[in-house]
Design a protein around this ligand. Sequence first.
Ligand SMILES: [Zn+2]
Length: 361
Amino acid sequence: MASPTRKDAQVVSVDNPVTRCPACGHQGGPHVVSVASTSSGLNIFVFCLFMAVCACCLLGGGMDSSLAFFCQRCGLRLVSERNIHSRVTYDPSDLTPNEGTSDKRGAVPGAHVVKSPVGLPVAVDKDWIINAGRRFTNMRPLKKLDIEKGRYKIPCSFTSLTPEFPASYTIEMPGMAPEQPADKKELQYLQSDKCSWNRHQPGPHFQVFMQCKGIKSLEVAQVHLRGGTLWGVDIKMPGGEGAGRKTWNTYQMQAADEIAWSISGAGVVWHSSQGVLLWNLRKIDSDGDGAKGRILCLLDAYDRLVAVIWKTKRPDGNGKMWELRIYIDISGEFLDEIIASYVAVRVQAERIVQEHIHDSS
Ligand SMILES: [Zn+2]
């Protein structure tokens, strides 16, 4: 495998903090932001911190994974050495012509912008960029879904908690053999040949089915894994009927190796149908509806919030529950895709845990 990433002009690396923004073309040092801290005072010293960290990392051979990098001109989040494992840099196909004009207030500069489900980006607000913890304080979720987790903490259902959106989803797991009592002791199950991806059998390995009042259960998304040391995942979405058969469009969660699935640090990059998105644990003050602390966020390429996974109290006070919160107006199809992508994140995280934590070899 070629490793061209170190000298890629759009990648922020320890030895080359000067980057070329793939969207607006700006060349220079990025805004450097600590996304793991909520201390605003710290931001004043962020660049100094960055330089100190770089010095440490040069000695230690890495880059601080709690830092994110943004183009100073258009606000695009840049790829760093820490998430280059995903093999996803911004591709020409991710870019669209910038429809904002320079004389239009709020328009972002540059010839291109990166596609996003949030819509056109707006002109850079430096305070917004560097205050990562406070960014989402005024956002209220438009949809909430209750996530039920099952075997190996993999989601098995999503049920809408939003009355005007009465849908639910179940996750089928054809890639896994039915649970046997003995499996409960099998802490490396997801690494074993009891799972069809380890036998290199084609997917789908997980399927998302939607149930909506008056409509029979419909398969709306698939997750296809690979076995062994291959960590890429295909999210497949219905593309219509072709030659009498349902066709599927593929959206890749590319991963050169397992570290690409680390939601802490640089996060998990996903080439969705709606643009390049990132699953990343962020420390945030509050979303405007009580979700705060260290939360798994789904962010667009300009670090705007699409969704979070939030652990909260059950309304009846009976224990805790996991919620999928959606903050922007998205199509039902894209919600299907987000659910499939989150299932992939959970499955891969659990596979990695089983490989390392419970490795008995
Ligand atoms: Zn830019």
